[in-house]
Design a protein around this ligand. Structure first.
Ligand code: SF4
Ligand code: F3S
Length: 109
């Protein structure tokens, strides 16, 4: 099992999850943070800290969210660990709740 960052994080990146993770398994890509599934210890701590409810257990992913399982693994190999909360995007609140944000992941292009 692992935990997975899903669509809600895209362009929001509130980073409250990063502070509570005991094993620093979050990596920061330009429009999303992701969880390294090989480092996550499934402690569940980060889930309630995400304002957009973007973090889910892999077994709770809806069919349309399955893509985020591989995406977290893939992007955690490409982008560095984020150890502390940085600057939250100034328009984060405007993006919270916007559907179909996966198309805005420029790092997939
Ligand atoms: Fe970190 Fe625990 Fe969240 Fe995994 S479940 S990403 S170990 S805080
Ligand atoms: Fe993203 Fe939520 Fe963390 S918006 S950066 S998963 S607190």
């Amino acid at each position: 099992m692992t935990y997975v960052v899903t669509e809600g994080c895209i362009k929001c990146k509130y980073q409250d999850c990063v502070i509570v993770c005991p094993v620093m398994c979050f990596h920061e890509a330009p429009e999303i943070v992701v969880i390294d599934p090989d480092v996550c210890v499934d402690c569940d701590l980060c889930v309630e800290y995400c304002p957009t409810k973007a973090i889910k257990r892999d077994e709770d992913l809806a069919p349309h969210e399955q893509i985020f399982l591989g995406l977290n693994r893939e992007l955690s190999r490409l982008w560095p660990v984020i150890e502390n909360k940085g600057v939250v995007p100034s328009d984060a609140d405007a993006w919270a709740g916007v559907p179909d944000k996966i198309k805005y992941l420029t790092q997939l292009e």
